[in-house]
Design a binder for this molecule. Structure first.
Ligand code: ATP
Ligand code: MG
Length: 334
């Protein structure tokens, strides 16, 4: 049988080495940057969004994804290296996370769940990464196991570093407050399920954080789509912990305070950061790192016009032979 080869894309100066995954309307490939400097990793992940009509319909989301993610320079967030146009695609070159996503990581463990100490290590990074997003004014609105990548697969016993990816549904507080019901249903907060009203996107992210913690510990979702009354269970925050899984009292307390239907009674980021379960084994200085990253982050306004112009240009199909347009998004801190 002939070997099945993956489709090859025009990636400008990058050389494609594989296909990593397919998203809602694009594909993510693995590639090498032959011009990368000696101290920079040569491997990248490139998200390819087809130019033309389709992009026109999603331009708000694509603009936000590029703009927000490129302004969030942080160890626990996938960084954007470069954005460019090819004749056929808008290409977003990102830091490559070689450990796969958190969903597959959890599945690889016995009974498809993590021990409490392993779950805490991931949870601490998620909280610190998200605290940085929120303090930068950005809510993610699509936090889920599949959108958490890892720098290594951990099969050698080392603990992976978390990289939050996919800011396609993110929202900056500088713009209007959130109203659109975006996200993935089983991770969606009750106030989004109700629909129609403005909601606090940061509080809704913390609900998803509770769903992620539950799923890592228990190996299933707190609100399963298999149950016919899933929407009712979400809006009343009705979930149960199975008897056969040991979960410590502080961890149960944390879950019970995150999965609270009323967003104004739900645990806040500040409360998570002083909770005893979160603080256990937290590396020294971990909480203070965000103060440093916040000081040196790139300025949002600096990129806005440039990203908008590029997404605008990407809506027209590329003229054959058009030279590659490439814009390096340089961090103001470097
Ligand atoms: P979806 O709508 O399914 O969430 P999407 O279009 O928003 O997809 P992403 O979630 O950003 O796309 O990426 C799709 C998949 O590609 C991810 O689940 C992951 O497996 C892979 N991927 C994305 N970015 C990277 C990266 N930086 N490093 C490694 N793999 C990646
Ligand atoms: Mg995704």
């Amino acid at each position: 049988m002939p070997a099945v080869s993956s489709p090859q894309y025009d990636l400008g100066r990058y050389q494609q080495t594989g296909v990593l995954g397919a998203g809602t309307f694009g594909v993510v490939v693995r590639a090498v940057d032959p011009d990368s400097l000696a101290d920079c990793p040569a491997e990248v992940a490139i998200k390819l969004l087809p130019r033309g009509e389709l992009l026109k319909n999603f331009k708000t989301y694509v603009t936000r994804e590029i703009l927000h993610q490129s302004c969030l320079e942080h160890p626990f967030i996938v960084s954007i290296k470069e954005v460019f146009l090819t004749r056929t695609h808008l290409a977003i070159a990102m830091e490559y996370a070689q450990g796969g996503d958190l969903f597959r990581y959890v599945l690889r463990h016995k009974a498809a769940r993590l021990a409490e100490s392993q779950a805490r290590w991931i949870f601490q990074q998620l909280v610190i990464g998200l605290d940085f997003c929120h303090r930068s004014g950005v809510a993610n609105r699509d936090l889920k196991l599949e959108n958490m990548l890892l720098d290594r697969d951990g099969q050698d016993g080392t603990r992976p570093l978390l990289k939050i990816c996919d800011f396609g549904y993110s929202k900056h507080e500088m713009n209007s407050s959130a109203k659109t019901g975006v996200g993935t249903p089983i991770y969606m907060a009750p106030e989004i399920i109700y629909g129609g009203n403005r909601y606090d996107a940061k509080a809704a992210d913390l609900w998803s954080v509770g769903v992620i913690l539950f799923a890592m510990l228990i190996g299933r979702y707190p609100f399963s789509q298999r149950e016919s009354n899933v929407a009712r269970n979400i809006v009343s925050a009705t979930y149960s912990l199975p008897d056969d899984v040991q979960v410590s009292a502080p961890c149960r307390d944390l879950l019970a305070r995150l999965l609270v239907a009323n967003p104004s009674e739900r645990m806040s980021m500040e409360e998570i950061k002083v909770h005893s379960w979160f603080l256990e084994d937290l590396p020294e200085g971990a909480l203070a790192m965000n103060d440093w990253y916040l000081q040196s982050r790139p300025v949002y306004d600096q990129y806005q016009g440039m990203v908008e112009a590029m997404v605008e240009a990407a809506q027209l199909p590329g003229v054959p032979g058009e030279p590659l347009l490439s814009v390096e998004l340089e961090c103001a801190a470097h």
